[in-house]
Design a protein around this ligand. Structure first.
Ligand SMILES: N[C@@H](CCC(=O)N[C@@H](CS)C(=O)NCC(=O)O)C(=O)O
Length: 101
């Protein structure tokens, strides 16, 4: 799992805090997006997230998920997050669906 972001910016920080709380920091590769150079407005990044914002979660199957709320929800389903979500929670149904709600 990868997180495309830039250190120190508020929305990426939300994800980094959530991952740290869940003990998932070592399962994530962070890919720096050069916001000052407008890398997030280039076609290559817009293909990952059409809103042109960070953070973006990239799952191992190649799915990209934007929006902090959707990303934190998605990372709840990582195997080591069971303690955070509870053992009897509902199963994941539609990956990334909460990006658009
Ligand atoms: N609603 C988005 C907001 C993300 C956002 O605004 N990120 C800022 C960085 S803190 C960004 O990418 N700004 C660059 C831009 O809008 O061009 C989320 O929750 O992830």
């Amino acid at each position: 799992m990868k997180i495309h972001d830039i250190p120190g910016f508020p929305n990426p920080l939300r994800i980094r805090i959530a991952l740290a709380e869940k003990g998932l920091g070592d399962q994530v590769e962070f890919v720096k997006v050069d916001l000052p150079a407008a890398e997030n407005r280039q076609a290559a990044f817009l293909a990952k997230n059409p809103t042109g914002t960070v953070p973006v979660l990239e799952l191992d199957d190649g799915l990209f998920i934007g929006e902090c709320t959707a990303i934190t929800s998605e990372t709840c389903w990582a195997p080591r997050s069971a303690a955070m979500r509870g053992a009897t929670s509902l199963p994941k149904v539609v990956p990334g669906a909460s990006t658009w709600v």
